[in-house]
Design a protein around this ligand. Sequence first.
Ligand code: GDP
Length: 312
Amino acid sequence: MVLTQLPRFQYLVFRKPPPSFNLFPKPKLPNKFTSPKLFSAPKSTLSTTEPIPITHISLPEEEPRLEISLDKLFVPPETEVSCDDPNLSTRILKGSNIVLSKYARDAQVVQAEFVKSSVRTEDCPSDGLPEFALVGRSNVGKSSLLNSLVRRKRLALTSKKPGKTQCINHFRINDKWYLVDLPGYGYAAAPQELRTDWSKFTKDYFLNRSTLVSVFLLIDASIPAKPIDLEYASWLGQNQIPMTLVFTKCDKRKKKKNGGKRPEENVRDFQELIRGFFQTAPPWIMTSSVTNQGRDEILLHMAQLRNYWLKH
Ligand code: GDP
């Protein structure tokens, strides 16, 4: 059964709407001790080995503590959260709004290999293994993230070879699941004809690929939201394609003189801008391919989505 047919969020603890809080209060405002209903998502030190012991760590000063209200958490199916649970913050993947479920296991990447490039959904592998599609604007850091996920320096180069950039590229992981590299969008230099074509075939893939567990939409957190990213997120939301937002380049913390914002501010702004397209908050996660922030967390999140999908 595909995930879209299932409830993607379950809030079993609320009988009335949860209180609302700022997702990212200004620095120096409340820390985790000032409000029992805010949960901190500090920088990651998680490994993909199990079980999933998440403990609070002290952060370097420049690393902001994210504070997330209960109603903005992503709670996987068959997972309960309670605002009275003193351990709830330890069940949230660091740098994200994602609660861990009992399905978060077998997250390690042991083996990764390029399998094929396809131009049509019908030509994609037909072995029925679950898959996750990575998509984002050109230059968002997709190849870097893919290489970081599989701990290989050049695997994603395959997708950058001439002739493969406009293809659906399948990488098989541990012989059990696929990472799928989709062409980057918003490349201004691409001919209009190619852009239309791209849009047609990727949308067809999103709508018809029955083994697609979730799209991972990459957004550059070092710059303000771009209209094309918002359009993408809204299209996925409106078509009820399961989606995880992956914020890239979160190591780029230098605030530009021209009013540039820090990654966590851009992340917060993006959430606000897409709120209307989703009934419930989609999962999101902050990453950097330079520091490997978020890598293990993405793999754990993929593992829990995948294992749930396989069971249903
Ligand atoms: P793609 O076009 O989406 O595949 O993007 P690439 O992975 O080729 O990256 C585009 C540029 O962004 C390159 O110069 C990368 O070195 C840089 N880049 C990618 N990821 C990160 C990151 O996490 N942090 C920083 N600071 N730079 C990054």
